[in-house]
Design a protein around this ligand. Structure first.
Ligand SMILES: [Zn+2]
Length: 252
């Protein structure tokens, strides 16, 4: 089997989801020399504000702020992600085999959005099917940051750990201390002016409500408090960590 091509892949429906959910973690891992990738499953063509070209420019700027190794955007149908759709599953299988991540995490924030409900199931299904050699998906439409990618997808790939952001009020598997990178997360979010800045030319939405960024801060503070640090982001993992020694970090 081929070597891993990335340490962590954050798979989300839309540009800006990864930054909202795990921007601090992505930058922290990148600062530690990890190869961190974000995959946007859709181009966000149903967004109330900004067209896909503008959103992709914003995503590229945010990717640079977070120090990502790369970002890929598929062209699955915004608003219609469906974990039982063979074409969509095949596209994500291909993506997993192309990037060969050790960890695969999703961010089902905003659970009332159907794409956010669909993505964890789609990701888990694809992570399983990516192991099966008999499945040979076609190459889906994709665009890449910082540049095109020409490498061959692996014939099979086994993701080591699958997880998702932890819903508030439930017990996380781990909390990442993102105190050192919270400012970078804010900076990455600021790249998405079309989504988060309310002005008279844009439609009012939940996420350009002035309270939205304050709510992200409140959640970061709450997870941080839970861990005894200033800022935190929380993950819930499938399975348990396996260790052969006491882990270097502490329990909270
Ligand atoms: Zn979204």
């Amino acid at each position: 089997m081929n070597e891993s091509g990335c340490d962590l892949l954050c798979l989300c429906p839309h540009s800006d989801d990864a930054e909202i959910a795990l921007g601090g973690t992505l930058r922290l891992l990148a600062d530690r020399g990890r190869r961190v990738w974000v995959a946007d499953l859709t181009r966000g063509e149903l967004a109330s504000n900004a067209d896909p070209a503008e959103r992709w420019r914003e995503a590229a700027a945010a990717s640079a702020v977070l120090g990502l190794a790369g970002r890929v955007q598929l062209a699955l149908p915004d608003g219609f992600l469906e974990p039982a759709d063979r074409t969509q599953i095949a596209a994500v299988v291909w993506l997993i085999r192309q990037l060969r991540p050790r960890w695969l995490v999703t961010a089902p924030e905003a659970r009332r959005h159907p794409d956010h409900l669909a993505t964890p199931a789609l990701a888990r299904r694809a992570a399983f099917l990516a192991r099966l050699r008999a499945l040979t998906p076609a190459v889906p439409e994709a665009r890449w940051w910082p540049g095109p990618r020409s490498s061959e997808a692996a014939a099979t790939w086994r993701v080591e750990t699958v997880g998702e952001t932890c819903p508030e009020g439930t017990e996380p598997s781990l909390i990442v201390d993102v105190s050192a990178t919270w400012e970078a997360k804010r900076e990455a979010l600021a790249c998405y002016a079309s989504q988060f800045q309310r002005d008279p030319l844009r439609q009012p939405t939940d996420i350009n409500d002035p309270d939205f960024l304050a709510r992200i801060d409140a959640r970061g503070r709450a997870w941080g408090r839970r861990a005894g640090v200033a800022w935190g982001e929380a993950l819930r993992l499938d399975g348990v960590p396996v260790v052969a020694d006491l882990p270097p970090e502490r329990w909270a």
